[in-house]
Design a protein around this ligand. Sequence first.
Ligand code: 5GP
Length: 346
Amino acid sequence: MPRIENDIKLDFKDVLLRPKRSTLKSRSDVDLVRTFLFRNSGRSYSGIPIIAANMDTVGTFQMACALRQFTLFTAIHKHYSVDEWKEFAEKHPDCLESVAVSSGSSSDDLERLCAILSAVPQLQYICLDVANGYSEHFVHFVKDVRQKYPTHTIMAGNVVTGEMVEELILAGADIIKVGIGPGSVCTTRKKTGVGYPQLSAVIECADAAHGLGGHIISDGGCTCPGDVSKAFGAGADFVMLGGMLAGHTESGGEIIEKGGRKYKLFYGMSSDTAMRKHAGGVAEYRASEGKTVEVLYKGDVAETVRDVLGGVRSTCTYVGAGKLKELSRRTTFIRVTQQLNTVYGD
Ligand code: 5GP
């Protein structure tokens, strides 16, 4: 007989942060930089822990250069060639400390990963990304990569439950990517019926990871700066953004003009568009499909970043957190039935 868990699991939209008495005078008093020491690599990180997703249209070299100005991080998508990596490393050596090289778990992926890491030995971060982080094969893969690269910081996912977070940390990962199905261009829930509300996934996975000295990334589902704050409030060490960083000058792809307006294409990494683009080149994709959408062109990403950081700083002042580090300790979520007044639209 199937089991039903009756505990209610929540998404970002189901909660708001309760304001708290505070001595902070202004948002500019808030420090968003965090410093982490990673459990398995032994390396440390310092920066504002927001990561551009390793999607074609978001995790680009141009994005990495732009985000670096704000000390944000970029998971570079896995479709750049070794030569392109070499050129990037030559031109922008300063950016290398805030990027990760991504890889799936196939043998072709591993070969490419190793080639990039030997061509660009300054790289410190590896992002091992599969749609379903629950397979035994993936756990073995993480172990293999850890053995080959004992001092690289390894991000791995995606999963949504504590026991799998623990297993991947024990297999050698430092930072676990959390999120199945919340993404803006993801159709996993529709195609498979599988998923986990993102806020609850983050709360539970952060608890599991922190118990072992590991870290997590809340990956997917942020639609506005308030969601980013909620993810940090829930215990995420890092927050990964796809859609919120799509449609900018630094995002991949051409500008499309239609009816006097400008758009950019944004698509899931297992969408038809991604499959067609990389067909033949890569053996393994995310198992489920993704959507392809045209998003309004939003100009340079710096403006959006300022907006997001301003929002998170403001959250911190509302709850009395002088540092981002204190946000989750100062967080009380209240369940709501409505979070926005949509009378004039969203
Ligand atoms: P967003 O910030 O746009 O809500 O979510 C970004 C995340 O969606 C990515 O980091 C990745 O985990 C996930 N994602 C990207 N492409 C696909 C896809 O084609 N299918 C699925 N299931 N998830 C995707």
